[in-house]
Design a protein around this ligand. Sequence first.
Ligand code: PLP
Ligand code: COI
Length: 341
Amino acid sequence: MEKKNIDWQNLGFGYVKTDKRFVSNFKDGAWDEGALVEDDTITISECAGVLQYAQTVFEGLKAYTTEKGQIVIFRPDLNAERLEASAKRLEMPVFPRDRFIDAVVKTVEANEAYVPPYGSGATLYIRPYMFGSSPVIGVKPAQEYQFRVFTTPVGPYFKGGAKPITIKVSDFDRAAPHGTGNIKAGLNYAMSLHAIVTAHEEGFDENMYLDAGTRTKVEETGGANFLFITKDGKVVTPKSDSILPSITRRSLVAVARDYLGLEVEEREVYFDEVKDFAECGLCGTAAVISPVGRINDHGNVINFPSGMDDMGPVTKKLYDTLTGIQMGRLDAPEGWIKVIK
Ligand code: PLP
Ligand code: COI
């Protein structure tokens, strides 16, 4: 298989159209069998549920080329499970989990020429999603839906890759208690756009959102969960019903405990204690682990001892172990890696 002529090393996190995408339609109460298609455009009613009332949910995972040259994906069963939870919360039909994995596999296979080579620093980002496609004008769920999977080769989510970033404590809230913060719905991202554009204009890379109820506890950023390292080397990660249950974070917790022998605390994290941590990182499929060097809370600045030049030592170990598992340099726990070919 001849790879596409792409400058893999210099890819950012952007959209590159690839050859094939998977499409399945839900009509009269059932999903059709679905197919890979070449058309990257969609024609729907002007009154489609997704366009009027944002009835759409999505997932994000990656395909990696391993050291031995295999193409693998990481824990797709957890993405299938989370898409199901997201769909149910927005009154959308569930796309069956086995069919989800099958669609992801087929789409990656069909775009093999775009899977970045081992060692390039790039990966193939996979975006499964579904949306209400039939007309609704009264506020209610659509009757018809479309499920799609497309892929795009990507580099690091934050420019500079492993360089520490600077974030600000946002004046906006991301998710209400008992709201939709724990699902992956487009609406959570639409409402974060003003906050992220504002943060970028002010020179920050990302926002730290606090809990909307009390504004005292750390939640997450617009696209990643937090991990902190205490001065005595413990991993601490916020627990909240209104953050996305990150697959990367859940995997890192297992990596910390089982591979690195670190103590892990999953608990509420008060913003007041953040200044006492030694390291801070953002974790997610897109972010992998992006180190945070500095947090600005309305002019009060927290500079982590790990500094602005490099990842902190514990964050680095977590990063190396997780990416080692994903790229086949380290043995993976049972069921974490699905080999595509
Ligand atoms: N939090 C938010 C808001 C996200 O959008 C993402 C990305 O998927 C994550 C966390 C990280 O989740 P995961 O590790 O499953 O990609
Ligand atoms: C991911 O990490 O897969 C996400 O969906 C985050 C998104 C903000 C790019």
